[in-house]
Design a protein around this ligand. Structure first.
Ligand code: ZN
Length: 306
């Protein structure tokens, strides 16, 4: 079958970027104003809501461009773009894909899988970190190509149902809840509900074996707060920061490469050298930034009398 993938127009890409922007930032971008606050300083670096968003998303070209597919640890591989993560977990009974990202990225993910020597058609299970288009829009197309089962967190079901690229219904084969596990070919992934960014934001954990040792791997969900934090979202984040800080972790990954310093770590990959992705000390770095921003936004809201 001949399949044609049409690249979206610049306008569509701009819209796509705006869907990730907080409502206040959208207004500012649209109006061309730029009060971007608050600013937080974490380990000597300054962050604002917009700077974090830019760090995560890069340019529309970055979101599309293939990042060199590479081995992360054990049976885990990176198959995403420059700024949108997608991970392949290889087992003897087929593979698990975490984050199909935008639908337009799916052909590139398939290409990355092939370049690593695996078959995209061997994908048996599709998981995601959270119900935003830049992480899970590709589920329908990836399922169409591979026949994989799509397993989703209950609290993200309503948001996923609204993600319908080309009018396609978002596939949902199984709904899970906090603490549930997904097993395939000797690999077990545990779903931790770390809500706040979305209602069903899911941090996945597993164990990967390398050089005779087992390592705890955390596929972190975004901890980026919205510009207006309601009491419900505040409660979600308070719980989520506590959860992510107590998960066993040797290797932190994230739904955006910037959340775990992928580019710098990738540059250190060298045969015979220690695996740069094993970084226990770095496991809380992203939570530190996002929690500081979360409290700064809450403080600003309290001051403004919200
Ligand atoms: Zn998101």
């Amino acid at each position: 079958m001949h399949m044609k993938f049409v690249l979206p127009s610049a306008t569509m890409l701009a819209l796509v970027l705006l869907t990730e922007l907080p409502a206040r930032a959208q207004t500012q971008v649209v109006a061309g104003m730029a009060p971007d606050h608050p600013t937080v300083t974490v380990t000597g670096n300054n962050y604002t809501p917009i700077s974090i968003l830019r760090r995560n998303m890069g340019t529309p070209a970055d979101q599309l461009e293939q990042f060199p597919p590479h081995h992360v640890i054990g049976n885990i591989y990176y198959v995403g773009s420059k700024t949108l993560s997608s991970f392949l977990i290889v087992t003897p009974q087929g593979n698990i894909l975490i984050n199909t990202i935008f639908e337009m990225n799916v052909p590139t993910i398939a290409k990355s899988v092939a370049q690593l020597g695996f078959k995209f058609g061997d994908t048996k299970i599709i998981l995601g970190n959270h119900a935003h288009g830049d992480h899970m829009e590709g589920d329908a197309l990836a399922k169409q190509i591979t026949g994989a089962r799509v397993i989703v967190m209950a609290q993200d079901v309503p948001a996923l149902a609204a993600i319908k690229p080309g009018g396609k219904r978002h596939p949902i084969d199984e709904v899970i809840t906090d603490g549930d596990t997904v097993m395939l070919g000797g690999t077990t992934l545990t779903a931790h509900l770390t809500a706040g960014h979305t209602r069903g934001c899911t941090t996945w954990t597993t164990t990967a074996a390398e050089n005779g040792r087992n390592y705890s791997v955390v596929f972190g969900c975004s901890l980026r707060a919205p510009d207006v934090i309601t009491p419900a979202i505040e409660a979600e984040f308070n719980h989520s920061f506590q959860v992510v800080r107590t998960l066993p972790c040797d290797v932190l990954l994230g739904d955006h490469p910037a959340e775990y310093g992928m580019v710098a770590k990738f540059a250190k990959l060298k045969a015979g050298a220690p695996n740069p992705f094993i970084d226990k000390a770095g496991c809380t770095a992203e939570a530190d930034i996002q929690e500081a921003m979360f409290h700064a936004i809450l403080k600003e809201q309290a001051t403004a009398g919200h």
